[in-house]
Write a protein of this length. Structure first.
Length: 255
């Protein structure tokens, strides 16, 4: 529930900022400005992007922008979650080892329970079964690791969806723009550049917009995958360390 509220909050903030930018858009003059004149005018690149957004058909560009906002909301939620999942595992395992060295199992469990992240969850499950066999503890660590990996990868399918949807919407706008161009040719019986320019502009701008959104989300997606891989590698290394700590504890306790 907290993660859902976080996604909604991020979505609301991004939408609000985006809406403010659109409300601040100046009226587009009748004469179409060139990119160089737009970039050199007041507002620069920011003004140029807003102008092209409106020229690219509000319907298709709005859906592409919405894909970007929702996709970024999921990306930011995952980045925040993954950053919170990372801890100083060496310090954590050292504290657990110190408790086990003085036979304070409950103290070790309390440290694991009060520490965030998948490594702490794996450690807590292992300590909860410390009186079982090593094989039982190992199976518990493996099962908990699988669950924690699933939590780390949560919502990645949604990010992948918007990576695919954004360029698809752009290509749909391309087709609609081409249809508009041919409609104008049929209506006026002429194929002069002035007749087909409007439809071609919609076609090209929506394609560019969709591809830009897909590239942005893909970069975030790859960054998130890299962080997940790093956390999973840490989980595997620390799971071995935890099992070694418990094995040593059981060995000393039987003496």
């Amino acid at each position: 529930m907290k993660r859902l509220l976080g996604i909604v909050l991020i979505f609301f903030i991004l939408t609000s900022v985006f809406s403010i930018d659109l409300r601040g858009q100046d009226t587009i003059p009748g004469i179409v400005e060139t990119p160089d004149s737009l970039l050199s005018s007041e507002g620069g690149l920011h003004q140029f992007i807003k102008t092209k957004f409106i020229e690219g058909s509000a319907l298709f560009m709005s859906t592409i922008a919405l894909s970007l906002i929702i996709g970024l909301s999921f990306c930011l939620e995952r980045i925040i979650y993954l950053n919170l999942a990372q801890i100083n595992t060496k310090k954590f395992l050292a504290e657990v080892e110190n408790k086990l060295n003085v036979n304070d199992i409950e103290g070790a469990k309390a440290i694991a329970r009060d520490t965030r992240g998948p490594v702490a969850s794996i450690c807590y499950q292992a300590l909860s079964r410390i009186h079982g066999t090593i094989d039982e503890i190992d199976k518990s660590i493996t099962a908990t690791g699988s669950v924690q990996t699933g939590l780390l990868e949560k919502n990645l399918s949604w990010i992948s969806l918007f990576i695919a949807v954004a360029p698809s919407l752009g290509f749909l706008g391309t087709v609609v723009g081409m249809v508009q161009a041919f409609d104008n040719i049929e209506r006026y019986g002429d194929i002069s550049p002035a007749i087909i320019a409007g439809g071609m502009k919609v076609a090209l701008i929506t394609t560019v917009g969709g591809l830009i959104v897909a590239i942005i989300l893909q970069l975030f997606y790859n960054y998130i995958l890299t962080k997940i891989e790093g956390i999973v590698n840490d989980m595997e290394d620390d799971a071995i360390s935890i099992l070694d700590l418990i094995t040593q504890f059981k060995h000393h306790s039987t003496k």
